[in-house]
Design a protein around this ligand. Structure first.
Ligand SMILES: Cc1cc2nc3c(=O)[nH]c(=O)nc-3n(C[C@H](O)[C@H](O)[C@H](O)COP(=O)(O)OP(=O)(O)OC[C@H]3O[C@@H](n4cnc5c(N)ncnc54)[C@H](O)[C@@H]3O)c2cc1C
Length: 351
């Protein structure tokens, strides 16, 4: 089941649960790793809205995981990924969110230093209703993007304001006053329309490579590195996103769920993508070099759903921080033979 299927069922009733930024992403993996998207600053991560899950354990047992039944398992599956069992059903809390005021606002790459510094300072103090991820991107050669910008490398913010619509224009007044954007597609739209806006850009079958970090502070030195690599996007699909995770997600205690990095400001991800495997070397090399240059400015761990399979145990430990030992104990109880190991693996003590 994809995020779009959930939106399809809930939007009819004027409701939504926070998930991601593309409607084609799977509910299962996104939720179990945390879930970062357009509603994170207002409603928290997807796991912060998970009420209950049905889980088939490694020995075939069927159990429920929620605050009352198997609370240790419930704690672990909120961020611990597919380590503990196969989830066959999720129950989510819904919010009265039907229409957003959002979309991309793009600027020339020559303005990127100024835009990034302004965005950094704005998002740190923004009201929770306002979400916006910064991106380096290549403008897709298709509507609604105007032809004169097609295939141009640009930077910008994809905004999602989920507050009262009567306050939307007022909220965006200072944003629009900062600088006239080269493209401003921000306006009122149904929540599923924003979630599906970039689906066509990323159809199944593309070659993906990504590297990620959590980031607390975005220093001027880090921004200088970002500009270098943002100017060198290796393909039309390649991108870099800074997804804000401050706001509602940051007000949950670090040890309330397995998801530890509640004090980070952004989940940063360098994404090398291309349809042609012949271009893999180019996109992978860009993503790796970009990551290597920015990692020294990061908080240490990374969002598990933006990590590659081969990053190793130390990266997994860094990601879970103080929650790691508890995860190991729960893994040892529910999956002592490490049956579920094709993931960001948490090894049981027995293995
Ligand atoms: C195009 C694209 C856009 C993305 N956008 C976002 C985004 O906006 N926000 C975000 O947070 N992440 C995003 N991601 C990352 C995404 O969360 C992960 O790729 C996630 O693993 C996708 O889940 P899936 O169910 O589609 O994956 P799958 O490939 O089906 O599964 C990946 C892993 O998740 C686990 N898993 C999946 N389903 C279950 C289940 N039912 N029970 C137990 N374990 C399970 C398993 O370990 C499995 O190996 C994006 C990824 C892509 C490719």
């Amino acid at each position: 089941m994809h995020l779009g299927d959930v939106d399809h069922a809930t939007h009819l009733f004027g409701l939504a649960t926070p998930s991601g930024i593309l409607s084609t992403t799977g509910v299962g993996g996104l939720t179990l790793g945390g879930g970062i998207g357009y509603l994170t600053r207002k409603c928290g991560l997807t796991i912060d809205n998970l009420i209950s899950a049905d889980v088939v354990l490694a020995d075939g047992t069927f159990v429920k995981a929620n605050a009352d039944e198997n609370p240790d398992l419930f704690w672990a599956i909120r961020g611990g990924g597919g380590n503990f069992g196969v989830v066959t059903s999720f129950t989510f809390k819904l919010h009265h969110i039907a229409t957003l005021y959002g979309g991309p606002m793009l600027y020339e790459l020559s303005d990127a230093v100024e835009v990034m510094k302004w965005y950094r300072d704005l998002i740190k103090v923004a009201n929770d209703d306002l979400n916006g991820y910064f991106a380096f991107l290549t403008v897709p050669p298709a509507p609604p993007f105007p032809e004169h910008l097609h295939l141009k490398k640009m930077c910008g913010v994809v905004w999602a304001y989920a507050g009262p619509l009567t306050k939307a224009e007022e909220t965006f007044k200072p944003i629009r006053a900062f600088k006239k954007a080269a493209l401003d597609l921000v306006g009122p739209l149904p929540q599923p329309s924003l979630q599906g806006m970039f689906d066509a850009l990323y159809p199944p079958g593309l070659q993906w490579y990504w590297r990620a970090d959590f980031v607390k502070e975005l220093s001027d030195e880090a921004i200088a590195q970002h500009i270098h690599f943002g100017n060198a996007l290796p393909s039309m699909h390649s991108t870099m996103h800074l997804h804000p995770i401050n706001g509602a997600a940051a007000r949950i205690a670090k040890n309330a769920t397995a998801w530890s990095y509640r004090d980070a400001t952004w989940a940063q991800v360098m994404v090398g993508v291309d349809p042609d495997p012949a271009n893999n070397a180019k996109t992978i090399s860009w993503a790796k070099s970009y990551y290597d240059a920015l990692h020294p400015y990061s908080a240490g761990g990374a969002y598990v759903n933006f990590m590659m399979d081969d990053e190793g145990e130390d990266r997994v430990k860094a990601t879970y921080g103080d929650n790691y030992e508890r995860l190991v104990a729960i893994k040892s109880k529910y999956d002592p033979d490490n049956f579920f190991r094709v993931n960001q693996n948490i090894k049981p003590t027995t293995k």
